[in-house]
Design a protein around this ligand. Sequence first.
Ligand SMILES: [Zn+2]
Length: 133
Amino acid sequence: MKSLKQFIRDECANYFSELNTIKDYCCMEKFPNNKCVYFTDVENPQCYYFEECVLPLDKDLEIVYYTQQEKGALSKDEVQTLINSQKIQIICARCGKVFYTNYNRQQYCELCANIIRREKNRERVQKHRKGIM
Ligand SMILES: [Zn+2]
């Protein structure tokens, strides 16, 4: 998961890393500061535009954001637990490892899914070669 600041840098249309010598500029903020509230020392910063238009792009970040607004800062472990609790727990059909996903049709953990994809590719290539010979 991205940090909130990194997410804003990447996704928020109002954010500029620097403008008129103001770092972390936000075109929604008022003079003289014009700084994105999430880059200031303000306690519990809130930006309507961000919450409505930017945050919904990342469901994990969104749930962490609102939980922290409500309960204060969370540790790394608490964040991970929170994210996992929103997801479906699945046991990988290949290696038996437990993993978490948003998609209930997913059968394999990421590692196994990659291996299986590679094996299928190889089979396809071999069949194709046999066909030619
Ligand atoms: Zn697996």
